[in-house]
Design a protein around this ligand. Structure first.
Ligand code: NDP
Length: 254
């Protein structure tokens, strides 16, 4: 028996129309899961779902609810459950970034960050957990960041949301562990995606990342897949409430 095999399972990866979520969805498909591809932009979501199905030979479906809107989350998860039954795997990946010096950070940007990165994970987890509790099993993987543990100038509110994700994960473990559900966080280091494009293009920042990271490079989204499959599979059935950093060693060194 392969403890990493996901054959027969169903998954939702929020924010999987591009970037890290797209790579995570592909990894789950390759491990045998059926995966709902998600984001707000319907044409991006459809294209991603079609491409992934073609590339992997796996089964995909699409969903476009806004993770900050409770009614939309409810309808979106009900649709998935109607077709596939209760989900086996939820990856809370949808997220945004806003940067500004702290004295100038707007309340609107703070509220947007909290709503998407933290309230979104709460709302989707809560709705999905109801089905998981009924079936007595499930895997919830929340996407954190090195900012779950370390701060950096200009992104204090983002860091607050990613620190919050760690404690939400531990809370989910406390509440849902007795129901056979594991909730863990996967915390990426610096990865090249749309969210970090401005940083990748900034020569000084890229030099800082490569010097600060023992691996000496930006992460590639594929670097996250092994850890995700571990946390989504029976291989991690006694791992609960933990944070797994996939950061080329960044958080291990000063
Ligand atoms: P991208 O901006 O490339 O992708 C974000 C995804 O989330 C898109 O699919 C987007 O689709 C979706 N999304 C955003 N807001 C909402 C919303 N309100 N409702 C539904 N979907 C939404 O980001 P990344 O791939 O870089 O980041 C993904 C996750 O990884 C985030 O949680 C981020 O914080 C985290 N992370 C990223 C790192 C990096 O280096 N890139 C490092 C550490 C963590 P749409 O806009 O169509 O809604």
């Amino acid at each position: 028996m392969n403890p990493f095999d996901l054959t027969g399972t169903t998954a939702l990866v929020s924010g999987s129309s591009r970037g890290i979520g797209l790579a995570l969805a592909k990894g789950l498909l390759q491990a045998g899961s059926r995966v709902t591809i998600h984001g707000r932009n319907i044409s991006q979501v459809k294209t991603a779902a079609l491409d992934l199905a073609e590339e992997t030979g796996g089964e995909t479906r699409v969903s476009t609810f806004d993770v900050t809107d409770q009614d939309a989350v409810d309808r979106g998860i009900a649709d998935i459950e109607q077709e596939w039954g209760a989900l086996d795997i939820l990856v809370n990946n949808a997220g945004i970034q806003r940067r500004a010096p702290f004295p100038e950070f707007t309340l609107q940007d703070w509220n947007d960050l909290i709503a998407t990165n933290l309230t979104g994970a709460f709302l989707v987890s809560q709705r999905v957990a109801r089905g998981m509790v009924q079936q007595g099993s499930g895997k919830i993987i929340n996407i954190g960041s090195v900012q779950s543990q370390l701060a950096r100038p200009g992104i204090a509110p983002y860091s607050a949301t990613k620190g919050g994700i760690v404690m939400l994960t531990k809370g989910l473990c406390a509440d849902l562990g007795p129901h056979g559900i594991q909730a863990n966080a996967l915390a990426p280091g610096y990865f090249e995606t749309e969210l970090t494009r401005a940083l990748v293009e900034d020569e000084h920042f890229t030099q800082w990342v490569t010097t600060r990271t023992p691996a000496g490079r930006w992460g590639k989204v594929e670097d996250l897949v092994g850890a995700l499959v571990f946390l989504a599979s029976p291989a991690s059935n006694f791992v609960n409430g933990q944070v797994l950093f996939v950061d080329g060693g960044m958080t291990a060194v000063v």
